[in-house]
Design a binder for this molecule. Structure first.
Ligand SMILES: C[S@@+](CC[C@H](N)C(=O)[O-])C[C@H]1O[C@@H](n2cnc3c(N)ncnc32)[C@H](O)[C@@H]1O
Length: 378
């Protein structure tokens, strides 16, 4: 069994653990910024294919204790890098440190790179090269106090890159975070779901993928582990085929995405069609004209944050308009409101039943839950 660490957006660690636990043999353990577990090749393929909220699945290759960069160099040099890397392959290193001993992560990266290159050059006479853009192998160095762990990234591109985006909407949620928000909403995958500020359609598309059992990794085509020496092509293809057999498109499910920009609706339609989903209703609509077509369901929205200077008043007005809309027209709905504008939240004018802390990249965000069952909301 190998040691794995699956990274995820901050705040989604528990969701990530519970979502992947049905696809792997051992229980995942929650940590900061991800979950760890012991697993084999099948677990590695299953996690890459099925994790909706994970970002990178890392396999541990070395761990040791050290308090100096020379010790790091020596420990890394000791490892038999030929088992992973040939001289003609490229690699890249990412370092994260939470340690008083190692504050300069660039210097650690340089030391680790030197140790790998020196070792392979000594053994083979030729050194592998660094490639920042499209490396064959990515190594993660994760330092906590005096504990150094070296991982190899089995995913490559982060797992939120599902392969369905045609063009990028500048305020699009990353797909792993969008999936996490849907899990946190406890949406039952059968009742109507609305995103009335859908942008490029990430929330409706991720929701449909969950409801139809479409694995998030099935359209990616490319994972870093496919370049590894132990890559088992037939095991991967079998895993992929079995996953495809379980896809179950349900035409009775009603998921609706709307936005007031037509180009966003076109983008949403393009992306959903790319993965064979034709039954999400996407339409151009201003929130002022929104009226749900059902008497109950779930609304999940990610309105603009408006954190640029000069936008404060406009955004407060928009948040108030949304609060009024929920009060007046959305009785019977569970509303989930995801934003990074913590000040403008006050303008919604509703008391949330739950507030969940999440990070969108570096932005501190909240997912607010407003059950709009009936009557009094303030
Ligand atoms: C933060 S973006 C949503 C991004 C989306 N979650 C995604 O992943 O692509 C907010 C969206 O709200 C839309 N919007 C802003 N004001 C609106 C309004 N009055 N009515 C409808 N949509 C609006 C914008 O066009 C923008 O696409």
């Amino acid at each position: 069994m190998e040691d794995f660490f699956l990274t995820c957006p901050r705040g989604l660690e528990e969701t990530t653990a519970s979502q992947i636990s049905k696809y792997i043999k051992n229980n995942p353990i929650i940590d900061n910024g991800g979950v760890s577990f012991k697993g084999d090749l099948t677990d590695m393929y299953m996690t890459n294919l099925y994790s909706r909220t994970g970002m990178h699945l890392l396999k541990k290759i070395i761990s040791f204790k050290s308090v100096t960069t020379d010790e790091i160099y020596n420990n890394i040099y000791e490892y038999d890098w030929n088992t992973i890397l040939d001289s003609n392959k490229t690699f890249f290193i990412k370092t994260k440190s939470n340690s008083v001993y190692y504050k300069n992560t660039n210097f650690i990266t340089l030391k680790v790179k030197d140790a790998i290159v020196d070792k392979i050059r000594k053994q083979n006479g030729i050194r592998p090269s660094i490639d920042k853009i499209n490396p064959d192998f990515i190594f993660f160095i994760i330092i906590k106090d005096d504990s150094i762990k070296v991982y190899i990234d089995s995913s490559g591109d982060p797992l939120f890159k599902r392969g369905y985006r045609t063009k990028i909407h500048k305020a699009a949620l990353n797909e792993s975070l969008a999936a996490g928000i849907i899990y946190l909403s406890n949406w039952d995958r059968v009742s109507p779901l609305y995103d009335i500020m859908c942008g490029s359609g990430t929330i409706p598309i991720e929701a449909a993928m969950m409801a139809y059992n479409i694995p998030p990794g099935v359209f990616r085509g490319k994972f870093a582990f496919q370049k590894w020496n132990d890559y088992n092509h037939s095991l991967w293809i079998t895993t992929l085929c079995k996953a495809k057999e379980k896809i179950n498109i349900n035409d009775n499910l009603e998921i609706t995405g709307s936005d007031y920009f037509k180009k966003n609706i076109d983008l949403s339609l393009d992306s959903s069609k790319k993965i064979g989903i034709n039954n999400i209703i996407f339409n151009r609509l201003d929130i002022k004209d929104f009226k749900p077509a059902h008497s109950s369901g779930t609304i999940i929205i990610n309105p603009p944050y408006g954190i640029r200077v000069g936008e404060e008043n406009t955004i407060k007005k928009l948040y108030k308009q949304l609060g009024d809309l929920f009060k007046k027209r959305c009785h019977g709905f569970d509303v989930y409101f995801f934003t990074g504008n913590l000040e403008a939240i006050k303008s919604i004018g509703l008391r949330s039943k739950r507030k969940i802390i999440l990070k969108n990249g570096k932005i501190d965000c909240r997912l607010l839950y407003y059950p709009m069952m009936s009557g009094k909301f303030q």
